[in-house]
Design a protein around this ligand. Structure first.
Ligand code: UD1
Ligand code: MG
Length: 474
């Protein structure tokens, strides 16, 4: 394949009405990538000289995505003439004048198609001297697909769309998967010649096959062994089915790579996630984006994590974590909420009912209970008392708090930012810390406590409290 010139065309100009969505069909997400992202990842991985995506419906959003994530792909605009044949014609127009070689055509709504299947098609196409090669599949329920029509001797003759087929042809279970390899020049000629005499009044790409055959060229249909690879997404039921199947495959691949996944059916992994050997994923865990988990770490049950890096031998239980870093041996949760910019050092702890944001918590430091830590930096081996609030927002601006190393802050403190607490300092329980505390000092608010003698007996006579107080005095 490497010394042969070829182009890949990804069709993405259709309306996708059956999704019933504001979002264009090919932009619906599947395991962390839009459907089109799956198709374009495969298309670009083939190493073609030209990758072309044909667009029309919801053009702006789709073009925006393509140019951001697949900048080497070339956009071709389909005009008002409808049909897959016209879409490919428009794609050929953006190729260099007189391009000779092979054209692979795939669809933006067929996400599981893999590089190996296309490579095998291209190799067979070239070595056999074919003019058109079509991928087919044998389906128990072929409804809706174009049928592969073969002659008495088994030779592939044509593709007939479901809605144009006779009842005899409806019985054919071999279908067109919508993936093709063509000779560029022959394709260009045939597309120019085919008409729109069909029930949809569209220019069908599938009509090229019969035209090639009539011109005495060789055509073939290669059957795919794994029908999931050619599953097309037309509605949200199919999207759900393909999502579940891809997830099963991803989980199985990670299990083979040394990851324990207790319950793949309740574990959801994006294709972009990476897991080391001896990671354990417990039920109800969703790992998204560029999340990576280091060796020996246990994630779950019930963790949702986005774009987060977890070191080795860490533990995260029942928590939401996004765009954060969790160090080796650290522990998080249950019920923790780590927002973007959280960095927890090695052996650190973010415990129960703790929210953090833009907070760097040093190695061995702990925020164990009921706290909010925002816009803060905490040194190493410090302990933040239960129920502490970092008051980072004055109603207009956000300010930073800096806590040193080996600091012990009391329970129920409020750190009014900007504030700095020196190394080895202490703060007393219940302190609203408004002034910096120097290294080694104890910070406390002196609010004298007043006890009013006999208040309960005077003001709450006859209550159980009064009764208990009286009993205790006698
Ligand atoms: C097509 C095939 C059918 C095959 C099936 C496999 C044709 C005529 N029929 O039917 O034989 O069994 O795929 O899934 O090709 N598109 C454009 N421009 C258009 C129309 C469609 O770019 O004018 C794109 C769509 O965005 C989509 C792809 O082409 O990515 C397929 O179009 P779709 O309308 O889904 O074709 P099917 O009816 O499924
Ligand atoms: Mg389709």
């Amino acid at each position: 394949m490497s010394n042969h010139k070829f182009a890949v065309v990804v069709l993405a100009a259709g309306a996708g009405t059956r999704m019933r969505s504001q979002t264009p069909k090919v932009m619906h997400e599947l395991a962390g990538l839009p459907l089109l992202g799956h198709a374009l990842s495969t298309a670009t991985a083939l190493g073609a000289e030209h990758v072309i995506s044909v667009v029309r419906h919801e053009r702006e959003q789709i073009v925006d995505y393509i140019s951001t994530f697949y900048p080497t792909a070339v956009i071709a605009d389909q005009d008002e003439i409808p049909g897959t044949g016209r879409a490919v014609e428009c794609a050929l127009e953006v190729l260099p004048e007189g391009f000779e070689g092979t054209v692979v055509v795939t669809s933006g709504d067929v996400p599981l198609l893999d590089v190996g299947t296309i490579q095998a098609m291209v190799e067979s196409h070239i070595s056999g001297g074919y003019s058109a090669t079509v991928l087919s599949a044998v389906l128990a329920d072929p409804t809706g697909y174009g049928r592969i029509v073969r002659g008495i001797n088994g030779d592939f003759e044509a593709i007939v769309e479901h809605r144009d087929a006779t009842s005899e042809q409806h019985a054919i279970s071999e279908v067109n998967a919508g993936v093709y390899v063509f000779d560029a020049q022959a394709l260009r000629e045939k597309l120019a010649a085919i008409g729109m005499e069909n029930s949809q009044h569209e220019k069908y790409l599938t009509d090229v096959v019969a035209a090639e055959r009539e011109a005495g060229k060789k055509v073939q249909a290669l059957t795919v062994a794994d029908n999931w690879l050619i599953a097309g997404i037309n509605d949200r039921v199919q999207l759900g089915e393909v999502t579940a199947e891809l997830n099963r495959r991803l989980c199985a691949a990670w299990q083979r790579a040394g990851v324990t996944i207790l319950d793949p059916s309740s574990t959801w992994l994006d294709v972009t996630v990476s897991l080391a050997e001896d990671v354990t994923i417990l039920p109800g865990t969703i790992l998204k984006g560029f999340t990576s988990i280091g060796r020996g770490s246990t994630i779950g049950p019930e963790v949702q994590m986005v774009d987060t890096e977890v070191g080795e031998n860490a533990k995260v239980v029942k928590s939401h974590v996004s765009t954060s870093k969790i160090g080796d041996g650290a522990s998080v949760g249950p019920f923790a909420y780590l927002r973007p910019g959280t960095e927890l050092g090695a052996d650190g702890k973010i415990g129960t009912f703790v929210e953090t944001k833009n907070a760097k918590i040093g190695a061995g430091s702990k925020v164990p209970h009921l706290s909010y830590v925002g816009d803060a930096e905490i040194g190493v081996e410090s302990n933040i008392g239960a129920g502490t609030i970092f008051a980072n927002y004055d109603g207009v601006n956000k300010h930073r708090s800096v806590i040193g190393s080996h600091v012990r802050t009391g329970s129920h403190n409020t750190f009014v930012a900007p504030i700095t607490i020196g190394d080895g300092a202490y703060t007393a329980a219940g302190t609203t810390v408004r002034k910096d505390v120097a290294a080694g000092d104890l910070g406390m608010n002196v609010t004298p406590q007043r006890n009013m003698a006999g208040w309960v007996l005077q003001n709450r006579p006859g209550t159980k409290a009064a009764e208990a107080a009286e009993k205790s005095k006698n």
